[in-house]
Design a protein around this ligand. Structure first.
Ligand code: 3PG
Length: 202
């Protein structure tokens, strides 16, 4: 299935931080068991590249992308391992250009009209809105959407099972991202993923 369609089917993108390689398999398995086979594995830790490689080789049922990608070199590495989408906290023109060359969705972070105009110039019409709660949440996204009717949003930062439904109720939300379902033991991850999927479906 096409990457954007895959994400839209679930509407939730888990933001995953692996501190050590031995966490990778149990957590990914828990996500699959919880019915949420999407992972944005973030370049916040040194093992991100290896984790992406393992995820792609050993969890073919999952949609694996790279997050917190802040330069072309990280994007090249992740795409080399087979990442299917790239996410950045801000909008990187060099990463956008690379993703366009490779035909890969790029979800770059934007919180201002100027940043969104840059994203649009690169053909990126899904805007990561981060850190969402600090920048005014839904109210700010709605104000931005008035000027940019063609974009949809991936809000992340401060979202949890408590406010997920409120975000998903707005039709300009492409999907919601966050790390709330990744905390705890694999059993807890499985439960929280299942709960997120249930909220998104309802
Ligand atoms: C991200 O990079 O998208 C965020 O760090 C996720 O935010 P959260 O940890 O508040 O869910």
């Amino acid at each position: 299935m096409e990457t954007k369609a895959f994400i839209q089917q679930y509407k939730v993108v888990p933001v995953v931080v692996f501190n050590a390689i031995d966490e990778v398999r149990p957590k990914l398995q828990a996500m699959c068991d919880g019915g949420l086979p999407i992972a944005e594995i973030t370049y916040r830790t040194a093992c991100a590249g290896d984790a992406i490689k393992i995820a792609i080789e050993e969890f073919p049922q999952m949609l694996v992308g790279a997050g917190t990608v802040i330069n072309r070199q990280q994007a090249e590495e992740a795409l080399g391992y087979g990442a299917k989408f790239i996410v950045s906290p801000g909008f990187s023109e060099e990463v956008a250009a690379l993703c366009n060359e490779r035909g890969i969705p790029y979800l770059g972070g934007c919180v201002t009209p100027t940043e969104i105009m840059t994203a649009i110039r690169y053909g990126c019409n899904i805007i990561k809105f981060f850190p969402c709660s600090n920048y005014g949440g839904l109210a700010t996204m709605k104000a931005l959407a008035a000027a940019f009717p063609a974009v949809t949003f991936l809000p992340t930062g401060g979202i949890s099972d408590k406010n997920l439904a409120e975000y998903l109720a707005w039709d300009k939300i492409f999907a919601v991202g966050g790390s709330w379902m990744m905390k705890g033991t694999p059993e807890e991850v499985k439960e929280k993923c299942a709960q997120a999927v249930a909220i998104a479906k309802s």
